[in-house]
Design a protein around this ligand. Structure first.
Ligand code: MG
Length: 333
């Protein structure tokens, strides 16, 4: 049964050597192919950004992506939103015995394609007994170098700063939810999972430290991040519901299931705060990239109600936007 992963594929012997060689040949690059105990990186100088994430998404393959693409995008996006240019990735795979080998190689191929110029320079493969994991879990880490002048932080917002979102929100969460077997309906609602570097890095190159804060919108959605900004910077935030873009298919699913799109994850969007005088330039740079074509201002930092986010609703009222409570949807990323 060589078309399924066996325990011996992770045992450290000949079978596992064969599997590692197959994976390494797909990810192929000079640093990885040495298969040393550590990757040695040349040319990494300056302020180094370093991030890690574990991915357990269910289903493993979903419309618009798969666990491999999600892992690479998630990790690279965490580097670029800090104004850092990605240099290298690590990849650890935890695979359940019996997982289809062709699915594994499809995921590895997707990782290679998504990572583009950023090499996977080190990795690990483990196999656990059937029932001890659910298919495959992927753990990635990324290293990058921060661009000169970039200094984004959730604690740097001050009164008057403008808040921007790079497109419609809630799409990844809605896609995963719509494709969960247990919910009993199927949908081709595509995830927005995407690498954001080509959109975000030019913004840091032009605006430098005038990008006050930048976060990729993931678990907890816009609500979680806005409230984190308000708390970390000790400021009030005001957002206009009518200005927050939500695609009709995402809105339709949210209405049907009673969900708030502002609490759903994205995997290809960022929420950015800039100095007021740089707003037009920021909008021009972001909308100039296809991924950011839907970029718009959604609100600003205000003098009152520190640590609170006020949402001006479409019908003219106001409500306090809270971070989502409890577990909305496990294993979304
Ligand atoms: Mg992030």
């Amino acid at each position: 049964m060589k078309d399924r992963i066996r325990l011996s594929d992770g045992g450290g012997g000949l079978d596992s050597r064969e599997l590692v060689d197959q994976i390494a040949s797909v990810l192929s690059n000079p640093v990885l192919s040495g298969l040393e105990d550590s990757a040695i990186l040349d040319g990494v100088e300056g302020r180094v950004a370093f991030t890690t994430d574990g991915f357990v998404v269910k289903p493993t393959f979903f419309p618009g992506g798969d666990i491999g693409k999600l892992a690479v995008c998630g990790t690279l996006n965490d580097l670029v939103v800090m104004g850092a240019r990605p240099k290298a990735l690590s990849l650890s795979l935890i695979i359940e015995e019996g997982f289809a080998k062709k699915d594994l190689m499809r995921i590895v191929t997707s990782i290679k394609e998504t990572a583009g110029d950023t090499p996977v320079v080190t990795g690990d493969t483990k196999v656990v007994e059937h029932g001890s994991a659910d298919g495959i879990f992927v753990i990635t880490a990324g290293v990058g170098v921060q661009l000169k002048g970039a200094n984004p932080s959730a604690s740097r917002l001050t009164e008057g700063d403008k808040l921007i979102v790079t497109g419609s929100v809630g799409r990844h969460g809605a896609s995963i939810m719509a494709n969960r077997e247990e919910l009993g309906f199927s949908s081709d609602l595509l995830s927005d999972v995407a690498y954001q570097g080509d959109m975000i890095l030019p913004l840091f190159e032009s605006l430098g430290a005038d990008v006050k804060v930048c976060r990729d919108v993931t678990r907890g959605g816009m609500s979680a991040i806005l409230s984190e900004f308000a708390h970390s910077s000790d400021v009030g935030i005001e957002v206009m519901e009518a200005d927050i873009p939500v695609d009709p298919d995402v809105k339709g699913l949210c209405d049907a299931l009673g969900l708030d799109p502002l609490t759903l994850a994205c995997e290809g969007r960022s929420l950015i705060g800039v100095c007021p005088g740089r707003l037009d330039e920021a909008l021009e740079i972001l909308t100039g990239n296809p991924l950011g074509s839907g970029t718009c201002q959604i609100g600003e930092v205000v003098a009152d109600h520190a640590r609170m986010v006020h949402l001006r609703t479409i019908i003219g009222g106001a409500r306090i936007l809270e971070p989502p409570a409890g577990e909305l949807l496990p294993r979304i990323c």
